[in-house]
Design a protein around this ligand. Sequence first.
Ligand code: PA5
Length: 447
Amino acid sequence: MENIKLNIDKVLGFVSKEQIMALEPAVKKAQAGLEEANLPGNDFLGWLHLPSSITKEFIEEINATAATLRRNCDVVVVAGIGGSYLGARAVIEALSNNFAAMMPTAGNPRVVFAGHNISEDYLSELTAFLADKKFGVINISKSGTTTETALAFRLLKKQCEEQRGKETASKVIVAITDAVKGAARITADKEGYKSFIIPDNVGGRFSVLTPVGLLPIAVAGFDIEALVKGAQDMEKACAPTVPFEENIAAMYAATRNALYANGKKIEILVNYQPKLHFTSEWWKQLYGESEGKENKGIFPASVDFTTDLHSMGQWIQEGERTIFETVLSIEKPNSSLIVPSDEANLDGLNFLAGKHVDEVNKMAELGTQLAHVDGGVPNMRISIPELNAYYIGQLIYFFEIGCGISGYVLGVNPFNQPGVEAYKKNMFALLDKPGYEAESKAIRARL
Ligand code: PA5
């Protein structure tokens, strides 16, 4: 099986090969720091060798729980936010039919998401949608105290118990949380829910290959064994023993840091497949939360092409020259569709007749890359042979290890997120949460 590949040829007009190669010592230091766990954030490295530590028995246990939910539910609501949400959604959307939500379920439960916003309309509409459904819940929260998730779960638990009875509800609600602490753990133990542990040393944004991602993905009917196998193969391909220039994670980390040093402050992750939209959302959290601190960090943005070429394309082609692009390129589509010939040819598209739609997409991709390079936008390409569970597994681990290395090269602790507390403090003060009396008074004075 071949691996995903990284091509940096089209950044070389913007940074020199020497500049990238000069980062080899910093990359090696970062790799050693990860392996030896001697750099800041070293208590959150459980993801590093996670793929190779996943056993067959563990996958079987996840698949068995998924089978129980699949058997007993028409809909499974996955409640979680941030790292407890985006990985599962990214993989499920990447592997699902584009129109799955509108198609008959064919024995698969529908997987829907909650706990990632505080919208009254969203939660009311979800409640109404579930009113006549046999539904179950996967409640995912490492801390067990996240407001968005806890609020959604409070509603979902009550509704599930009312609709299905307490005993059945306890069999179709699964908790994925800390081993001992937090409300989600206490509730799971009290109610007798099946539960899985999020390891202490795996941060949310690195947790997709724990039950946080694996259970929802298995419930959606996808092959988690293949996903893990892809990640395992990438763990080998990105090991510190692999020479710098052959190690795609090391090269990605070095290249983006070299671009950043040359004033390219924004990385745009580009896809040409709508199914990859949430892969970009997951990637944005991974890199944004890991690197954006101490007034440093590449800003991770994303676009869906060719759709956004008709909106953001103008900015990318001619706006401020502080951006670079990383393109996710799927080499071979999973389906086949030929452009038909048309006698009247009013749209003038007969020159495409007989070609695969994907060939048109690929020429758009190539043409865009060259146009953007000509416009001053460095381009990297990540080639993915096919969009399937195995290669998504490779991509996940590639981005995780690339992020760990890149954060250390940048000089930050990639495994903390102190900045996410600020909004919570203000929100709790404004909502008069007990214990926030002084903050409530202070914040109201500022309104
Ligand atoms: O990466 C992170 O740490 C965050 O995005 C968390 O995953 C997110 O805030 C959800 O936290 P929790 O799983 O504790 O509910």
